[in-house]
Design a protein around this ligand. Structure first.
Ligand code: FES
Length: 117
């Protein structure tokens, strides 16, 4: 049987101000949503190093720094840019309609390579 994923509303645009992140739960999966100057990105919320919420990390343009040990992740690709994490995070497709942020709960894995932008 084939299951067709559909976009799910996860937040309103106003809930995620530019330059910030917000953790949301979709299909039981914790996802971190980010607003980069009006463009929204979504990655796994849990850092691949240890248990830390990336949604709580500082955002520098298209990069988020893990709040626990500082590994940086590239939001569009999920790539790891600095140690101690070495494994990329999954990304998710996001779109905005009528002021609502919609997310496709299908992880995109393997798009990034560690340590390279
Ligand atoms: S938990 Fe994120 S870098 Fe260690």
């Amino acid at each position: 049987m084939t299951v067709t994923a559909v976009f799910v509303r996860v937040a309103s645009v106003d809930e995620v101000p530019a330059g910030t992140g917000k953790a949301v739960t979709v299909d039981g999966q914790q996802v971190a949503l980010f607003n980069v100057n009006g463009t929204f990105y979504a990655i796994d919320d849990t850092c691949t190093h240890e248990e830390a919420s990336l949604a709580a990390g500082a955002v520098y343009g298209e990069i988020v720094a893990c709040p626990k040990h500082g590994s940086r992740f590239h939001l569009p690709t999920g790539r790891v840019l600095s140690l101690p994490a070495v494994v990329p995070v999954s990304t998710y497709q996001v779109k905005v309609e009528d002021g609502q942020v919609l997310l496709l709960p299908v992880p995109q894995r393997g798009r990034g390579m560690p340590h390279k932008l």
